[in-house]
Design a binder for this molecule. Structure first.
Ligand code: PBG
Length: 324
């Protein structure tokens, strides 16, 4: 006879629930939302069914609905017209720009929410890159100044967490100094530490119209082949003062999430990116995968790998299911 029968611990719902190692809850989610200029407009992102770009008035309504579902954390991304873009991403630090106005409005209307930002030049840059372009190259140290200004403007507008997604060297320490020197010692930094040069960002770049005008992002975003390099990036961000270390994308990088979770004591977060969302939506629309179960399995796997919070476009849908 068999002494060890692992199936005994799977024999009923009650037993399965008792031995479940990982639980997904609404508290795990950070919901990314796309902001556009104007009023009373809501446009579906064609490559992300169910995800919209909102003008501020409707974005506030959307946040209200999500708060009612228990989602407490949000990350806002702006989509600007070409007329607002320049080579130095000046609009990114304009206190009266749509982004800063939106941050202020969300915090005013929903003071208990956690509002996270994105720090990178691409939505505001006429070159579509995350840093300053000079002679076809992305220059690191001059970019830090722009990022510092952007982060400060966001902190002044009430951001709880600054999210540098640019992958320039030294940006976490630089931004930490700027924040501290201006009295924003309480504003957190969630660093996109291991951000890979990934094909999974395609739908996001459609949503923001932020694709690079030339070349690619491989001189600053990481090579998908590397995991040791993620440890170097994470170590630097930790030493420079990051409060959270993020891995992005999530699903093809679960080993990276696990490696960082095993090696660092600050919370590890993961960005379940646009292409990961689009893949499931496309399969579900074709009837090839069952949306709800597949979605929850994906999110659970990210948490099981070691992520303590997940940026995900599935947040609202998943919240509805988890609240049942
Ligand atoms: C901008 C930024 C990107 C994403 C988040 N911040 C795109 C990029 O680096 O090109 C991607 C998010 C997603 O695909 O959902 N720096």
């Amino acid at each position: 006879m068999l002494t060890r029968r692992p199936r005994r611990n799977r024999k009923s719902v009650g037993v399965r629930q008792m031995v479940q190692e990982t639980q997904l809850t609404v508290d795990d989610f950070i919901f990314p939302l796309f902001l556009i200029e104007g009023e009373n407009k809501k446009e579906e992102v064609s490559s992300m069914p169910g995800i919209y770009r909102y003008t501020l008035d409707l974005l506030l309504e959307e946040v209200g609905e999500c708060v009612a579902l228990g989602i407490n954390s949000y990350c806002i991304f702006p989509s600007l017209g070409e007329d607002k873009k320049d080579s130095l991403a000046t609009e990114g630090s304009n206190p009266e720009g749509i982004y800063q106005i939106a941050l202020r409005s969300i915090k005013e209307k929903y003071p208990d929410t956690v509002v996270m930002t994105d720090v990178a030049m691409d939505p505001y840059s006429s070159d579509g890159h995350d840093g300053i372009v000079k002679e076809g190259k992305i220059v690191n140290d001059e970019t830090l100044e722009v990022l510092g200004k952007m982060a400060l403007a966001q902190a002044k507008a009430g951001a709880d967490i600054i999210g540098p997604s640019d992958m320039m060297d030294g940006r976490i320490g630089y931004i930490r100094d700027v924040l501290d020197d201006n009295g924003y010692t309480d504003v957190s930094i969630m660093s996109y530490s291991a951000k890979y040069a990934s094909a999974f960002y395609g739908p996001f770049r459609d949503a923001l119209d932020s694709a690079p005008k030339f070349g690619d992002k491989k001189t600053y975003q990481m090579d998908p082949a590397n995991v040791k390099e993620a440890l170097i990036e994470a170590e630097l961000d930790y030493v420079e003062g990051a409060d959270f270390l993020m891995v992005k994308p999530a699903l093809s990088y679960l080993d990276v999430i696990k490696t960082l979770a095993d090696n660092f004591d600050v919370p590890i977060t993961a960005y379940n990116v646009s292409g990961e969302y689009a893949m499931l939506k496309a399969a579900a629309q074709n009837g090839w995968l069952e949306n709800d179960k597949t979605m929850l399995e994906m999110l659970l796997s990210i948490k099981r790998a070691g992520a303590s919070a997940i940026l995900t476009y599935f947040a609202k849908e998943a919240a509805v299911l988890l609240n049942k």
